[in-house]
Design a protein around this ligand. Structure first.
Ligand code: PLP
Length: 394
């Protein structure tokens, strides 16, 4: 007995409920095809939407930067960790997001944490979409402000709260493209609400950043509403092919974060090498809009094919396309069958998604070929025929 029986019990419970988690180890660069256990697998569950994580230009930028700056920043940003690539990346990201200033943080998670634990205070109201990312929910919880969730499509409760006079400052916080459903926030409606009630609109563009909009700035840009997002949070960990989070906003917002945001102040600065990679990839995102176009084309092809099979893809309108199955066991089985056929698509289960909505979350890349998509569709069709997947009433 080592005193950890209570932990073993929890793990047993997870195993019994088909909720235990594990990972597969990738032995190659991230791309549409990766090497796992000596096998070439077509990857349909990474966020490498634009194929930049393993791009030769990324590797070249990393090599240059590591020669010049070494790897570690070795201190927090406000001590001695701020290096030239941080400053260059922040300037470029501010321009990209059409905001006065930007601040780079170690991850998208810490970017949300920095904003939501610094700006909203006791006496304020924070309104969250019910399906907002865990980083948003946890940060709102920690903020000290009163927070409530709303369901997309029924904003009347949110509006009632916004209309109340009893809050000092009001915030609406939403993802733009939702991570597990690939559907979009009703940004227009949220903009109307924020204008009517003087709220601050925070938009997490994690899954749209680089992928949507005329210049790639995200879904708000695609909707012509980027100027209405008061604070843009995003990540360089997905389409940008690097890691790190960013907050872009008016100068005083960024200045307050620099002075008060604990997830910014009390952590070592991100590696300058990582910032150089993100900066190089921002250049590719700007110079090669065809990557976004290929991504959108791949996504609409897959959505059409899956709906023609009668599968439940929710309200996806993006390069994240769920196949909602329901049960955990069935989802694990479908994922395993696809794996046998050469496709890596992880099973997404609670608590990442609500109980009864376990799913295959298929994420497309601009670099997936028509042939790879066709093969995936044939494999999924086979699973429908064998009964591993079934059409669900919507
Ligand atoms: N926000 C959303 C909507 C996400 O999906 C994620 C990703 O996991 C994050 C924030 C966190 O980003 P990062 O992986 O850079 O911490």
């Amino acid at each position: 007995m080592d005193g950890f029986e209570f932990i073993r019990r929890q793990l047993d419970e997870l195993r019994e409920a088909n909720l235990v988690r594990s990972w597969r180890t990738v032995d190659s660069a991230q791309g549409p095809v990766v090497s796992i256990d000596g096998r070439e697998m077509v990857l349909f569950c990474s966020n490498n939407y634009l194929g930049l994580a393993g791009h030769p230009a990324t590797a070249a930028a990393v090599c240059d930067a590591v020669r010049r700056y070494g790897y570690g920043a070795a201190a927090s940003r406000l001590v001695s960790g701020t290096m030239r690539p941080h400053i260059e990346l922040e300037a470029e990201l501010a321009t990209f997001c059409q905001k006065e200033a930007a601040l780079v943080l170690p991850s998208g998670w810490t970017a949300n944490e920095a904003v939501l634990t610094t700006l909203p205070q006791r006496g304020d109201l924070v309104l969250l979409d019910k399906l907002d990312h865990a980083s948003i929910i946890d940060a709102a919880r920690a903020s000290g402000a009163e927070f409530h969730t709303y369901r997309r499509g029924s904003l009347s409760r949110a509006e009632k709260l916004l209309a109340s006079e009893s809050y000092r400052q009001k915030y609406i916080v939403t993802e733009s493209i939702f991570s597990m459903d690939g559907d979009a926030a009703d940004i227009k409606a949220l903009v109307e609400l924020k204008r009517r009630y003087g709220a601050i609109l925070v938009v997490d563009e994690a899954h749209a950043f680089g992928c949507m909009g005329p210049t790639g700035a995200g879904y708000c840009e695609a909707m012509g509403l980027l100027g209405e997002a008061d604070i843009v949070v995003a990540t360089m960990s997905k389409a940008f092919g690097a890691t790190g989070g960013v907050v872009a906003a008016a100068k005083p917002v960024i200045e307050l974060l620099v002075n008060k945001a604990r997830p910014f102040i009390y952590t070592t600065a991100p590696s300058p090498v990582n910032c150089a990679a993100a900066l190089a990839n921002l250049g590719t995102i700007r110079a090669e809009p065809e990557r976004r176009q290929r991504l959108a084309k791949n996504a609409s092809y897959l959505r059409e094919r899956l709906s023609a099979m009668g599968l439940d893809t929710g309200e996806s309108c993006s390069h994240v396309v769920p196949v909602i199955i329901g049960g955990e066991k069935e989802t694990l089985a479908a994922s395993a069958e696809l794996y046998k056929r050469g496709f890596f698509i992880a099973a997404i289960r609670p608590p990442t998604v609500a109980p009864g909505t376990s799913r295959l979350r298929i994420s497309l890349q601009s670099e997936h070929t028509a042939q790879q998509l066709e093969r995936l569709c044939s494999a999924i069709e086979e699973l429908v025929t064998c009964g591993f997947l079934s059409a669900r009433p919507r």
